[in-house]
Design a protein around this ligand. Structure first.
Ligand SMILES: *[C@@H]1O[C@H](CO)[C@@H](O)[C@H](O)[C@H]1NC(C)=O
Ligand SMILES: *[C@@H]1O[C@H](CO)[C@@H](O)[C@H](O)[C@H]1NC(C)=O
Ligand SMILES: *[C@@H]1O[C@H](CO)[C@@H](O)[C@H](O)[C@H]1NC(C)=O
Ligand SMILES: *[C@@H]1O[C@H](CO)[C@@H](O)[C@H](O)[C@H]1NC(C)=O
Length: 234
């Protein structure tokens, strides 16, 4: 960090930021103790003094690490929180602490409870069974989609996650009649599909896709069957 610009604002206490070659990202984590350390490292006693003065002005303990990003909608943004303890100035007892919580926006590609796979996909396996429509709606209400297995990498990660689970699972894909093209809600309209032998059998009501993990094959199927399913956050 060769070029440092320190800026401070006096608004309800003092907050300082540090702009550097890291394009401003350092400002996120700067606190009085960082200045103290920096002053010592760079042998700039003035910086150390400013740091100590700030620490005394705003005697909060250091922020805890950010929590994991909680993504709520479509996976693009989420929120994260961190806390610190501060002296409660309204209290007559000098060492009454209160906890402050800070909430930040973050890139929330994978909500808590879902799994980031080896190739960076974000999946959640639901073992509670539902019919195809309900599973689709369930995923969408969580900001995800019923999974469209549309690449070899995604297939590999699905296989690893399901680990041969011996039951048919719902995946994205439906058609209007048994001779119509398959339509997918997102991703490629030409996913990797390894049909089981004799599939799709094109029975007139089998208008939905299911996946069978033990041999990683696909079937056309009735929609009213209750099955586990996998949601993907994109
Ligand atoms: C800052 O941003 C520029 C342009 O976006 C980039 O080329 C450079 O590598 C960035 N520097 C750091 C330290 O991230
Ligand atoms: C504040 O945080 C500390 C440590 O994280 C915890 O022990 C304490 O119970 C919290 N106090 C309140 C009032 O939430
Ligand atoms: C997925 O994540 C959940 C919760 O974070 C964890 O309990 C589970 O073991 C993970 N599953 C896999 C296949 O990694
Ligand atoms: C079902 O239709 C597809 C084309 O839409 C065809 O490739 C497949 O062979 C048919 N299945 C049977 C069992 O006839």
């Amino acid at each position: 960090m060769k070029y440092l610009i320190l800026f401070c604002m006096v608004v309800n206490g003092v907050s300082c930021g540090l702009l550097s070659e890291s394009n401003g990202t350092a400002a996120d984590d700067i606190n009085a103790l960082t200045l103290v350390d920096l002053g010592k490292e760079t042998r700039k006693p003035l910086l150390t003094l400013i740091g100590l003065a700030l620490k005394n002005l705003h005697p909060c303990e250091v922020w805890s690490p950010w929590t994991r990003c909680e993504a709520n909608a479509r996976g693009y943004y989420g929120t994260r929180t961190r806390t610190r303890q501060c002296v409660d100035k309204r209290s007559s007892e000098s060492n009454t602490f209160k906890n402050e919580t800070d909430i930040g926006l973050c890139e929330g590609k994978c909500p808590f409870g879902s799994n980031i796979t080896a190739h960076g996909f974000c999946f959640k396996l639901h073992l509670n069974t539902m019919n195809h429509d309900s599973a689709e709606t369930f995923c969408e209400n969580q900001g995800s989609y019923l999974i469209n297995i549309d690449s070899a990498e995604k297939l590999e990660d699905v296989k690893n996650m399901l680990n041969g689970l011996s039951v048919h699972i719902h995946v994205d894909g439906r058609r209007a009649t048994s001779s119509s093209p398959w339509v997918y809600k997102y991703g490629s309209q030409h996913p990797v599909i390894n049909w089981a032998s004799g599939q799709p059998n094109n029975n007139s009501n089998e208008l939905l896709l299911v996946f069978f993990p033990p041999d990683n094959t696909w079937y056309d199927a009735l929609g009213n069957g209750n099955r586990p399913f996998v949601c993907e956050v994109i």
